[in-house]
Design a protein around this ligand. Structure first.
Ligand SMILES: *Cc1c(COP(=O)(O)O)cnc(C)c1O
Length: 345
């Protein structure tokens, strides 16, 4: 057939149908969402009417939570939706946009889909972003901080230098994992009108299945994003996402407690990995990017899967001997360590 668009889609981590697996392959939170979310009684008769196209309630809750005004927040169907909208809205140049060679593998897919020219910049040998690589003329910049799947955090001073050298284009900082990291770029929002920060409820807020993401930036950027959204689909956020999203934001105590739990497990687990001969960059996320001195990542990945432990493996240059391992519960991580112990004997 003629005229059919050919695209190479993003391949997400596997979602096994089996329920008795240890699932450490897509960086979900092992703990449930806040009890305020789980126990919320909703009036489902309201599904009869269209949801609020402005998503006012959730925008307002997030703005208050971050000390911003409503016109600095945009909400979408997961951060994938927010990022896709942002690519469409802000990356409209003949000059290439820039992002790291090893990074979230959706960026090149969107660039191809929206026919945006792009160039990748190599991480250094420690898997760090080299700020100077992003100083030349370009059509915009996007990177996660901390980066994925490398788990490496870039200090804010370096984020600032990238922003300083790109005053006339939009710099998107994808903060999917920032709740497990040192510091958000939020404090830079006042100073930089070229900064767009993107966040998700999928990882630290335990709500991957609800599909909520958001962007924070100056009102001009947020207004531009809304114009593109309303040119595409006005009712992206359903009633349940809006109501339950607000419940999550309102329970900060639970949110912070679960983050501490994951960080404590991370501390224990990374020490165990070291004991077993793994190496990994310092992690600022809810996952570890590890390689072993003796056994290949691919072999470990396949052997773990046979034991119903799902890890993430990328058959890509530079990282094909690494495993990305999500931090689960203490019990799950103990089982994984026992598996490694047996396998490495
Ligand atoms: C998980 C992830 C996302 C997407 O999250 P959703 O909100 O579930 O769409 C975006 N960026 C990075 C770096 C991620 O790891």
């Amino acid at each position: 057939m003629k005229n059919i668009r050919q695209v190479e889609p993003y391949v997400p981590g596997e979602q096994p149908k089996d329920t008795d697996v240890i699932k450490l392959n897509t960086n979900e939170n092992p703990y449930p969402p806040s009890p305020k979310v789980v126990n919320k009684k909703l009036d489902l008769e309201k599904l009869r009417i269209y949801s609020d196209p402005e998503v006012t309630k959730l925008v307002n809750a997030l703005a208050r939570y971050h000390g911003l005004s409503d016109d600095q927040v945009f909400v979408g169907v997961g951060s994938d939706d927010v990022l896709a909208m942002s690519f469409m809205t802000f990356f409209n140049s003949d000059k290439p946009i820039l992002f790291p060679d090893i990074t979230y593998s959706f960026y090149d897919v969107w660039a191809e889909l929206f026919r945006i020219p792009y160039e990748t910049k190599a991480l250094n040998d420690d898997f760090e972003i080299v700020p100077e690589d992003y100083f030349g003329e370009n059509g915009g910049v996007v990177f996660p901080n901390p980066n994925a799947p490398t788990c490496v955090y870039m200090p804010l001073d370096n984020v600032k230098r990238i922003l300083d050298n790109n005053r006339d284009v939009v710099v998107i900082v994808d903060e999917a994992y920032v709740d497990y990291a040192e510091e958000s770029a939020l404090s830079l929002l006042e100073e930089y009108d070229n900064l767009l920060i993107v966040r998700t409820f999928s990882k630290s807020r335990s709500m991957a299945g609800m599909r909520i993401g958001y962007a924070m930036g100056n009102p001009e950027l947020i207004h531009a994003l809304n114009n593109v959204k309303f040119s595409f689909n006005s009712y992206t956020m359903n009633y349940l996402s809006i109501e339950l999203g607000v419940c999550s934001v309102e329970d900060d105590e639970y949110f912070k407690a679960m983050i501490e739990k994951v960080k404590n497990t991370r501390e224990w687990f990374t020490n165990e990995l070291t004991r077993l001969g793994f190496t990994y960059p310092k992690t600022s996320t809810n996952f570890v990017f590890a390689t072993h001195e003796r056994i290949s990542a691919k072999e470990l990945f396949e052997a773990a899967k046979k034991e119903k432990i799902y890890l993430r493996y990328f058959n890509k240059p530079r990282i094909d001997n690494y495993l990305r391992i999500t931090i689960g519960t203490d019990d799950q991580m103990k089982k994984l360590i026992s598996f490694f112990e047996k396998k490495l004997k």
